[in-house]
Design a protein around this ligand. Structure first.
Ligand SMILES: [Zn+2]
Length: 370
């Protein structure tokens, strides 16, 4: 038996369903129709070779950091072996969302969001689990097929429900994390043709069964979080950008004075932000703190920049400062270089000239005056 299986059909209410075909020949994955979409024209998407953040399923977003509580659907309470990993997956969302995406937790009392085990489900005949986010921003639904459910490809086995674990089972926590990702608004990641980027996303059209790569995910992948950041922004100005993204940035530079006497001090202030580009989504025009920004200078009209010093954190988000006492007139700029784990793109400011004047003779002030 092939260990990779499709696992669902989402309920894409108010949106045409798009069946996705796997490029792996042995594994044609077709997301079947849901009842609400009967009659909707099919569009078959071409395999996508480009690597990037997960697509989106559309619909309303949750509020930033919205806390969503769920309860088990009455009469469809999952057995303990399944309830625990579902709730663990909810915790995985909070720990790995790298954004202000919604969080999930089991309600102490009642809740409007429901998670159900066994029949009936809102899933297509092909789905081992599925979701409905049409209630956003108020509530969601999620369903998991029962252990032993008979599909045309065989019998569903959830790993946690087996007395002896065996290959071919599906990990509840991994599948639940995929479903929570959908509830956030993520669609299935478009993998490279060779599948080498499979671990970049948990939200996958083809969830892997044990022991295939990625069968036991405990955190979102970088291309899941990349999209979550585009939808919901980073947690704070110092947070790294998912390096599934390449977020363009811009640096501005100002000086406390553009003309000084020799011996005077000038404070340089750089401001690092994402660009306001629409493609940056919720990340647009964000201040970026805690990065490596250096001050550089060159002779006026020169071409080679020399780094003079690292700029320290300023008093407001995304600002960097450095005091300098230049002894000659130079052009200055601030340059940002992201670390390897950071999905921001390097940038540098326009050049700023600071003119340094000297003085000799009886007409000079007794001390330099800026
Ligand atoms: Zn999925």
């Amino acid at each position: 038996m092939n260990h990779r299986r499709w696992h669902r059909l989402q309920l894409w209410l108010r949106r045409p369903l798009i069946p996705v075909t796997s490029t792996r020949s042995a594994l044609v994955v077709v997301l079947a129709l849901s009842a609400v979409a009967v009659g909707t024209a099919f569009v078959v998407t071409a395999p996508v070779a480009a690597h990037g953040p997960d697509p989106t399923v559309g619909g309303a977003l949750w509020a930033p950091n919205q806390a969503l509580a769920y309860q088990w659907r009455s009469g469809q309470v999952p057995p303990d072996w399944m309830a625990a990993p579902i709730t663990a997956a909810a915790g995985d969302v909070g720990a790995s969302r790298a954004s202000r995406a919604a969080t999930f937790s089991k309600a102490a009392g009642s809740a409007s969001s429901l998670i159900a085990y066994g029949e009936p489900t809102g899933c297509s005949t092909a789905g081992i689990a599925c979701f409905d986010r049409s209630g956003a921003p108020n509530s969601f639904r999620m369903w998991f097929r029962a252990q032993g459910h008979a599909f045309d490809w065989g019998t569903l086995r959830w790993c946690q429900g087996l007395s002896t674990i065996a290959n071919g089972c599906f990990d509840v926590e991994t599948i639940a994390l995929d479903e929570f990702g959908h509830v956030e608004g993520l669609d299935h990641h478009a993998n490279l043709a060779d599948g080498s980027d499979y671990l970049d996303a948990v939200v996958q059209a083809v969830s892997h069964a044990r022991p295939a790569v990625g069968w036991q995910a405990r955190a979102f992948g970088r291309c899941d979080t990349g999209r979550l950041q585009l939808l919901y922004d980073r947690p704070n100005p110092g947070s790294l950008f998912s390096n599934c993204l390449a977020v363009p940035t811009t640096v501005g530079l100002s000086a406390s004075s553009s003309s000084i006497w020799v011996g005077s001090t000038v404070q340089l202030t750089a401001t690092l932000r994402t660009t306001p580009a629409t493609a940056n989504g919720a990340l647009a025009n964000d201040p970026i703190s805690g990065r490596s920004v250096v001050a550089q200078r060159r002779p006026v009209g020169g071409s080679t920049w020399t780094t003079i010093g690292a700029m320290g954190s300023g008093s407001t988000d995304g600002t960097y400062v450095l005091s300098i006492s230049p002894t000659a007139t130079y052009e200055w700029r601030a340059a940002f270089t992201p670390g390897a784990a950071d999905g921001a793109v390097a940038s540098s400011s326009a050049a700023l000239t600071i003119t340094v004047g000297g003085c000799s003779g009886a007409g000079c002030p007794s001390r330099p005056v800026p």
